[in-house]
Design a binder for this molecule. Structure first.
Ligand SMILES: [Zn+2]
Length: 468
């Protein structure tokens, strides 16, 4: 029997075929009847579980059970928002839609190449979670609070506001607080996964910090076009001072992603190379459940980071909070959607995409010198209730570092009235798409309720390894 025969009998390529070959040799060497080989292989393929403890047939049977289901012959259909998206990002989305567990998808107008699923990719799966479709920085998120400070402070008290940011959060890879912050998230059960258990102390020391990459804390002018209601508070239309932050679950979230993506890879060593980075964990498996619980904890932890940053900065400035709102963007949710005409529960991954269920508030930032927007979702079913999570990069960090110089950037910042406390050249506005074009491309996904214009921006200084 050769490989062609195995394919004919339904043996998947890779490890299963290798073990099938071993079985055939051992069977013949052991004096087995050659004429019965077809019958033997057919029986094992039909019911591998029945042979896992068989001395001669066990390895082959176990390899069959571990073999990944074949990719879909045809990609799941998905809609794309925005024109001129990076070809490679679109290809990544196409591949994700070939996964046997994929059931629906959508590509947002800020899409660009990511690891596995593109940033701006939305992927719905059947009872499975894909660690690289959630992303490395699990539960990366946005939070905005509107403060009762006079608007003139944005011009006249920039030093005071700068000191508040510098005192109340930390930037940079591995940044920690010497005197740990307190938050009840540290009382949660961190033993849901060995990774969160092992990293609890590290997570505590990083509580309230911001990290690196595209993470920021900034003050700006917020204009509410109409009344905005969030968490029982209503903000009347007008202009305000607001604080906006973007960061995630720091080193612990990255460790969770690293561990469970490797576990997923190891479960499917024979996935075709273009799908390898999209290896998934079944939610029926122990590993899948552990990842899901760890992801939920990282969601609470990332939210705690933002809560502390905002609470401490407001207290530092003796300011009252008039409104606050927030959303994750690197996360997976159990949601009900209509798939192939039938409503059912699916796992929706939004990697660098904002949840935009009807009436749900979200924040879509621009760049350090371009406006961000507070939006209300329209619940567009084709987008799986999603929107972009920002403007999206136009070039890699490396290309931006090579192309731009601070002299030009500083001129642009001056023109737009933005003071930059620190950042890397790879985060300059010119490295991003035009946010207004991105918003125009998703007018059927969200309604704009207000605009945030950055005035005082802090990011990790240049040269840091990005964590986003
Ligand atoms: Zn983010």
């Amino acid at each position: 029997m050769n490989q062609k025969d195995f394919i004919r009998f339904g043996v998947p390529l890779g490890e299963a075929t290798r073990r099938a070959t071993d079985f055939v040799s051992k069977f013949i060497l052991g004096g087995g009847d050659k004429s019965r080989l077809h019958e033997e292989v057919t029986a094992i393929v039909a019911n591998p579980s029945g042979f896992v403890n068989d001395r001669l047939r066990g390895e082959f049977a176990r390899a069959l059970l571990k073999a990944p289901p074949p990719p879909r012959a045809e990609a799941v259909k998905y809609r794309q928002w925005g024109d001129g998206l990076e070809h490679e990002a679109v290809m990544q989305m196409e591949k994700a839609c070939l996964l046997p567990v994929s059931v629906a998808g959508a590509l947002m107008p800020d899409a660009h190449v990511g690891y596995g699923l593109p940033i701006g990719g939305v992927l719905a799966t059947d009872n499975a979670v894909v660690p690289y479709a959630v992303g490395v920085d699990i539960a990366c998120r946005m939070k905005m609070t509107v403060l009762d400070l006079p608007i003139r402070d944005l011009e006249q008290k920039r030093d005071r506001l700068t000191r508040a940011i510098e005192a109340e959060t930390r930037f940079g890879v591995g940044a920690t607080f010497k005197h740990q912050r307190e938050h009840h998230v540290m009382d949660a059960d961190w033993s849901v996964s060995p990774i969160t258990k092992r990293n609890r102390d590290r997570a505590w020391s990083q509580l309230g910090t911001s990290g690196s990459g595209n993470h920021f804390v900034e003050f700006g002018l917020f204009t509410a076009h109409g009344p905005i209601t969030s968490a029982d508070r209503e903000l009347p239309p007008g202009t305000y001072v607001a604080l906006l932050s973007h960061s995630g679950s720091r080193g612990t979230g990255a460790a969770v992603c690293d561990h469970y993506s490797k576990l997923a890879f190891s479960q499917f060593p024979d996935l075709p190379s273009e799908l390898k980075r999209l290896a998934w964990l079944s939610l029926d498996s122990h590993e899948g459940q552990e990842y899901w619980e760890a992801m939920q904890l990282m969601g609470r932890y990332a939210a705690a980071n933002h809560a502390l940053i905002h609470q401490h900065i407001a207290a530092n400035l003796n300011a009252q909070v008039l409104l606050d709102l927030e959303n994750h963007h690197n996360f997976a949710w159990k949601e009900r959607h209509v798939v192939d005409g039938v409503e059912r529960e699916v796992i929706v991954h939004r990697k660098g995409a904002t949840p935009a269920e009807k009436g749900m508030l979200g924040i879509i930032p621009g760049s350090m010198a371009s406006p961000g927007f507070v939006v209300s979702g329209k619940g567009n079913a084709e987008s799986l209730n999603s929107a972009s999570h920002g403007a999206g990069r136009t070039m890699s960090r490396k290309a931006a570092n090579e192309k731009f110089n601070w002299k030009d950037v500083n001129r642009l910042l001056r023109d737009r009235g933005v003071t930059l406390i620190s950042a890397g050249l790879d985060e300059v506005p010119m490295a991003y798409k035009n946010i207004r074009e991105v918003m125009a491309a998703q007018s059927d996904l969200v309604t704009v309720l207000g605009q945030f214009d950055p005035k005082l921006v802090k990011m990790a200084p240049g040269g840091e390894r990005p964590e986003d």
